[in-house]
Design a protein around this ligand. Sequence first.
Ligand SMILES: [Zn+2]
Length: 170
Amino acid sequence: MAELQSVGVRFTPLPDQEFGGGCTARGALSLNDIGTATTNLGPMTCPLARNFAAWVRHAVRPAAQQVWGEDVVRVETMGTYSCRNIYGGRSGRLSQHAHANAIDVSAFVLEDGRRITVLEGWNGDGRSREFLRLIRTSACRRFPTVLSPDYNAAHANHFHFDMSGNGFCR
Ligand SMILES: [Zn+2]
């Protein structure tokens, strides 16, 4: 939290929560302002919040400048906390989303209003492809687990980042 404060991120610490079924949000916070508008954020563990805010500032925005010469004005996510199993299955291990330890990122809006989605951009025009691969590469240095459209069809429309594991990047 001190690291977040030191870079001007505004957030609200949340009390530890147990939601039943093993689903928890411990050591979590809610991000209020990371310097770029971001949609659908829920509770996030502190390390996830720190790495996500840093990724947007130090990877996403510079990559958009490099590729289009424009800033990113909105990052769209599909959320953080969700009490569910991996791949939403009925059985199996709980997803890191069930611990507020994962985020799914789906799209980026540029200054001129253009919207780059993971779904269409991953295999889209050259600049979108370059941008999305630049920011995935950076994510792989920041999050212990990164799943992109290269991983499986369930991730065709978003990047999944979580703070478990030790270096899975696909
Ligand atoms: Zn996910």
